[in-house]
Design a protein around this ligand. Structure first.
Ligand SMILES: *Cc1c(COP(=O)(O)O)cnc(C)c1O
Length: 398
């Protein structure tokens, strides 16, 4: 293997063909169309006999550099891009699923993905079976009944549950299913689903890949014939990544390895600190030895990721007092940013559920999602400490 390390790839991969004028950084090409004086050359590019660009909804040099970078980071044969992570997911499912098809997935997928499964696919006469997240036997049983797609996410929102990708990919292969893994939480720094047997990897580039919460984007990576079909669906349906967003994502991705390593380092220390706090009921982080997915994480991930969650005594009342006290955390819906981001699950990942539905999914009302940033760990822990100390006792002792 003469492949470069992930830090080197994050910096250099995929840019060469998009550099012009001797620029050392990928230019943002805003032009919507690409002109040709030679009618034969125009024709050759248009029918794909020659490389080049025709129209911005199809391809663009800046967007192409983003696609190449994520392709090389995921060790994939091919990659294509989208305006958002949800566009990557919906266009992929739209390409693969037809009336009468069946898809098997898990209950804890990202909220938007879950809505596709529960609201939109059934209307198109696609049968959806959602298994208990982490119940490998249940998933295997449902997959064995036959399905067109097995869709997984690992780790998941909000209690960071793990699924053994290699084992599930094997089960999918046996019935000829296309196995898709949402790798947004892990990033290719920590997990390579294609190496574990998946056919396609999907990403919300908005999160860790971009890393600065200033650009929306999505990507799909995998076997060329599958990615080509998904690209074709996207070029016609139009959920194209904007060149300016592609540029911001490329710039963010240059530091992906540094950022994710630091976020993992901070997350484990935050998790261990939270375990010592009296107001904290439970801490969910796959790096903790008592987490149910710890052994799977050790096997299929390089590190345990920057996402964790914890529940507090006193439920929503405690959350309402605690979160506004934090100085070094955005209270917001995104994650994977350089700054720490916190939010209650009832407002972020599972806002569309009733309290009863959340309880049934094992999501306490006092659950807080914590996306560790790259701040100095002492500042993050001191910040949490002062926020916990400021809680009036009557709030959490009810
Ligand atoms: C945010 C997110 C998505 C959706 O991505 P957008 O860019 O917001 O459309 C999909 N999957 C996971 C795991 C996410 O966190």
């Amino acid at each position: 293997m003469n492949k470069q390390g992930m830090a080197t790839r994050a910096l250099w991969a995929g840019e060469k063909d998009s550099l012009a004028f001797g620029a050392t950084q990928v230019p943002v090409v805003h032009s919507v169309s690409f002109g040709y004086d030679d009618m034969d050359e125009w024709y050759d590019v248009a029918v794909g006999n020659k490389t080049g660009h025709i129209y911005g909804r199809n391809t663009n040099p800046t967007v192409q550099a983003f696609e190449e970078k994520i392709r090389i980071l995921e060790d994939a044969e091919a990659a294509t891009s989208f305006s958002t992570g949800m566009a990557a997911i919906s266009n992929t499912l739209g390409t693969l699923l037809f009336p009468g098809d069946r898809i098997v997935s898990i209950k804890d997928t990202y909220g938007g993905t879950n809505k596709i499964f529960t609201e939109f696919l059934p209307k198109q006469n696609v049968e959806v079976e959602l298994c208990e997240t982490g119940d490998h036997e249940a998933i295997e049983r449902e997959v064995a009944k036959g399905c067109k797609v097995l869709y997984l996410e690992s780790p998941t929102n909000p209690t960071v549950k793990l699924t053994n990708i290699e084992r599930m990919a094997k089960a999918g292969k046996e019935v000829g299913a296309i196995v898709i893994v949402d790798n947004t939480f892990a990033t290719p720094i920590n997990q390579k689903p294609l190496e574990l047997g998946a056919d396609l990897v999907v990403h919300s580039a908005t999160k860790f890949l971009g890393g600065h919460a200033d650009a929306l984007g999505g990507a799909v990576c995998g076997r060329k014939e599958l990615v080509d079909a998904i690209y074709h669906y996207r070029e016609i349906n139009g959920a194209t990544l904007d060149p300016m967003a592609a540029y911001l994502l490329i710039r963010g991705m240059k530091t992906l390895k540094l950022r994710v390593d630091k976020q993992c380092e901070n997350a484990i220390q935050i998790a261990r600190y939270l375990q010592t706090v009296n107001v904290v009921e439970s801490v969910f982080y796959p790096g903790l030895e008592d987490h149910p997915g710890h052994d799977i994480a050790k096997k299929q991930m390089e590190n345990f990721g920057g996402m964790l969650s914890f529940s507090v005594k006193g439920g929503v009342d405690t959350v309402r007092h605690l979160l506004p006290k934090l100085k070094f955390a955005n209270r917001a819906a995104n994650l994977g940013s350089v700054e720490t981001v916190v939010g209650p699950s009832r407002t972020t990942s599972h806002v569309e559920c009733t309290p009863e539905e959340r309880a049934a999914m094992g999501i306490p009302e006092g659950l807080i999602r914590y996306s560790a940033g790259i701040e100095d760990i002492d500042d993050l822990i001191m910040d949490l400490e002062q926020a916990f100390q400021s809680l009036p006792e009557h709030v959490f002792s009810k």
